[in-house]
Write a protein that binds this ligand. Structure first.
Ligand SMILES: [Zn+2]
Length: 277
């Protein structure tokens, strides 16, 4: 069934677990995600980022996500990840997404605040929830010095924008970590204490188990996972092509679905969202 982001995160916040938000670029990814959520009785967030639109166009993925979510036996939220403009967020809202993230985190604080207030007002009017990012989560291999979320700014930002979830920058990065990252859990705890809002961790692929567990205690209720799914699918396709007697397309689709399923199950257990739906 389709549910709102706020509804999912409120329960996660109350019970101290996090919900995996899995970037799905194909039908195989979506099928694997839904099967994982149903088998583990876990809530699920299906999401797509604007940078992924060239391979997975928004207007084509929307009916796939929504159709899968409607039919699912567990609560599923359909989320736009990293919308880069107001226009993209509005398109997603019109297509039926239940929540959107406007990422204006690369802009100076005042501009991020202004843009987020604007999308918040529009989304609220449409009954759609909003995630925004403060501080800046960079990309592995591109950004080295990360801009951490500041506590006082977070308090001001949350109260002025009325957002439903806040993505924090605490040493996390997007993509494939070369070394396991060290998250600034002290900063996370300070933010958590200061703002009473579900927090979001981006760049969830490759974080240590200890840091994940500390995040659950520190108010992180949504964890984004994209890279881990792609790495595992690639690995299993390579294995399939190297070992199958007669490689064929349909079995390969099943390999992608199985790899997605396995990675998503692992993360749901790690985030303790299993048996919560
Ligand atoms: Zn992100």
């Amino acid at each position: 069934m389709i549910v709102s982001l706020r509804e999912l995160l409120t329960d996660a916040d109350r019970r101290g677990y996090a919900i995996g938000a899995f970037n799905c670029l194909s039908q195989e990814n979506v099928m694997g995600a839904i099967r994982a959520a149903e088998d583990l009785r876990s809530p699920l967030i299906l999401q797509l980022a604007e940078v992924q639109f060239p391979e997975a166009p928004l207007a084509m993925m929307a009916p796939l996500f929504l159709g899968a979510a409607e039919r699912a036996k567990v609560p599923v939220c359909v989320h736009l990840d990293h919308g880069l403009s107001l226009e993209t967020c509005i398109k997603a809202i019109r297509l039926g997404f239940t929540s959107v993230m406007l990422d204006a985190s690369a802009l100076p604080y005042e501009e991020n605040l202004k843009a987020t207030m604007e999308i918040s007002r529009i989304a609220k009017a449409a009954g759609v929830d909003v995630e925004a990012e403060l501080g800046h989560v960079g990309d592995c291999g591109v950004d080295t010095a990360d801009v951490f979320t500041e506590v006082e700014q977070a308090v001001d930002f949350v109260s002025q924008t009325g957002i439903d979830a806040l993505a924090v920058a605490i040493g996390n990065l997007h993509g494939h970590y070369i070394a396991t990252p060290q998250l600034n859990i002290k900063r996370l705890n300070e933010i958590h204490e200061a703002v009473s809002l579900p927090l979001v961790l981006h760049g969830g692929s490759g974080t240590s188990v200890e840091d994940f567990k500390a995040c659950l205690k520190g108010g992180i209720c949504k964890i984004n996972v994209a890279t881990a799914i792609q790495l595992e699918a690639t690995k299993q396709i390579q294995h399939y092509l190297a070992t199958a007697e007669k490689p064929a397309y349909i079995p390969m689709k099943r390999v992608i679905e199985k790899a997605s399923y396995e990675v998503i199950c692992q993360h749901m257990e790690l985030f303790e969202s299993n048996n919560k739906a």
